[in-house]
Design a protein around this ligand. Sequence first.
Ligand SMILES: *Cc1c(COP(=O)(O)O)cnc(C)c1O
Length: 508
Amino acid sequence: MRYLSTRDKAVRVTAANAMAKGLAPDGGLFVPEVLPGLSARQIESLCGMSYGQRAVYIMGAFLKDFTSAEINGFAERAYSAKGFDTPAIAPLVGLGAEAGVGRPGSVAPTDTWFLELWHGPTSAFKDMALQMLPHLLTASLEKTGEERQVCILVATSGDTGKAALDGFADVARTKILVFYPKDGVSDVQRLQMVTQAGANVGVLGVAGNFDDAQAGVKRIFSDAELAKELSGCGWFLSSANSINWGRLLPQIVYYVSAYCDLVNAGRIVVGDKVNFAVPTGNFGNILAGFYAMRMGLPIGRLICASNANNVLTEFVRTGVYDKKRPFYVTNSPSMDILVSSNLERLIFALSGEDDKQTAGYMRALSETGRYTVTPGIKSAIDKIFWADFCDDERTKEVIATTYEAEGYLMDTHTAVAYDVLEKYRAETGDATPAVVVSTASPYKFADSVLDALGEGGMAEGLGLIDKLAEVSGTVPPQPLTALRGKRVRFDETIEADEMLGAVRSFLT
Ligand SMILES: *Cc1c(COP(=O)(O)O)cnc(C)c1O
């Protein structure tokens, strides 16, 4: 199977090439030329498998230039008991007493389920892909005959940085350098990063906000002189964000896996529809759901949930994408984003794979800050998606009321999705069973969650974790409590204009 660029279908490369390159030379994103099908029979057989086996099966259908033994090895290393605190890897937890799969609840079954994607080493859903990406990437380098080593550069607002560090630590032929905004990440997120182990890792604080760090990384990527110099020393630069196909592909697996778990729990039979509500930022997570649906997974609706940065709500509702709007810092910061890069892949798919049209929209976005899709694309969106948003105050209310009524504690991002699901149900009356994609442990955003429970401002740093455990009677993830004994390895902070020099000295 080949991969095409969304901006020029004449660009056709192997899976290994697509993952080694990350971005197509024309600036487009790589997409598979066809989606493998998923029949009812196949779904039935996936029901009897472990998460790792499901991953091997589904990823194998996309990675025809990899052997099944290779993919098996990747899955064993990525989704192991060493990294994840539950053998289910991505457990489905039901609200309500008869929910079956999860913990006991207190009310009647509601057909609402939480797909907890945060049982990995860094307590956020980024682990589902970033535990896998290093294996895919290094194998792709081998396959494509790339002789240089790769340095992953990351600008992070918190979750991606730590998940990428954990995934790439001590991976052969790689180094990873993470830049985080000095005052733009939570105490827990900063400690997670600056204590990271591994001989090939580096972490630097940058004066300024996330955009300053991000702009700095973009400048470094487009510096041809630096690229040449690094190449001379046997290095090239790559990115770990969700433009890489190797980050998107592992995410398709958990949609299928959740569906199978609902079948196994006796709540649906194969063929029944399920809706998914997804807290959305860069559109990577929900796009994986779209691909699962296109493959044949019976998904009714994909519900796209945003915070106050509601550019996607407007897009899904009107067909107009307009990034010229105020940027809000919210209590669900991993969704504070105005340009959702993966939307390009959706538009390519829904335009009938029209590369000229897709390229045109992307040009308009960078030149004028907006574009409007055709009525044809808009009506395709209407058949699949529904969108709304949830502000900070409402997010806190949802956390508090769900905890009080159901005993279920969720983080701010998950609360946004749950709220938007309830709005969808109220507006449409659709009673299809629904899965809320839960993207972070409540402990990762302990300050906001404590605030929601009316216990804000009493603790700071790692004290927030103890406080949340005490208040909620839940058990914090071990990697977060283990931060307490860890030595700070990286305490350096630099100015944004020193980032390029930092990359040079990291590699040469
Ligand atoms: C990254 C992230 C999101 C947004 O996911 P996208 O794939 O960018 O849409 C949502 N919640 C959390 C906790 C995240 O870390």
